[in-house]
Design a protein around this ligand. Structure first.
Ligand SMILES: [Zn+2]
Ligand SMILES: [Zn+2]
Length: 176
């Protein structure tokens, strides 16, 4: 996601641009591509450009309970200042930002949102995504997807183990 910002840089502090984003780009760390849509506004600052974007994409993942492939709708709200590396008027190198992780505008005055999108996406993806809130998951015995059909396995095996433990704990605390 590249934006040429030489003209904006020349216009001086306070100058702005807005863009509608509608492009196919990488949407997950495995390199999958998909539509990224939303809006981007750029504001010329003293040392570079403040980028603010709201982007929507569908992130390919698997349900953490039933392992069905799913696409999670994500909305990213990005706000990052990009520092210039080259003065647009003189061509001289700009002072390096103190923060080594600062986002940079490259020497051709291109602002690349890709890395910011990646970082915000990582934060936005839930740890345990679900295909639906009430996903029934897989049978722990035979692996049947319980959203699709039931199986003949004893349903209470897991519960029985725990209630046995609970009884044991009760008895032990009773002894004390
Ligand atoms: Zn599921
Ligand atoms: Zn089963």
């Amino acid at each position: 996601m590249h934006f040429h910002v030489a003209q904006l840089l020349k216009e001086g502090i306070g100058a702005t641009r807005s863009y509608d984003v509608h492009e196919v780009d990488v949407v997950s760390d495995d390199g999958s591509r998909g539509l990224v849509e939303g809006s981007l506004s750029l504001l010329r600052t003293k040392s570079g450009i403040l980028a603010r974007a709201t982007l929507r994409l569908r992130y390919p993942d698997v349900c953490s309970r039933c392992l069905t492939p799913i696409e999670l709708p994500l909305e990213l709200h990005i706000e990052e200042e990009y520092q210039t590396t080259v003065d647009v008027l003189t061509g001289a190198a700009s002072p390096r930002p103190e923060d080594p992780s600062a986002f940079l505008i490259d020497e051709h005055h291109v602002l690349d949102l890709t890395e910011a999108v990646r970082q915000y996406r990582v934060l936005a993806v839930p740890m345990q995504p679900l295909c639906r809130p009430d996903c029934a998951g897989l049978c722990p015995v035979c692996g049947q997807n319980l959203n699709e059909s039931t199986c003949a396995c004893p349903r209470d095996e897991y519960d029985t183990q725990w209630s046995a433990l609970a009884k044991l704990a009760q008895r032990e605390s009773g002894d004390n």
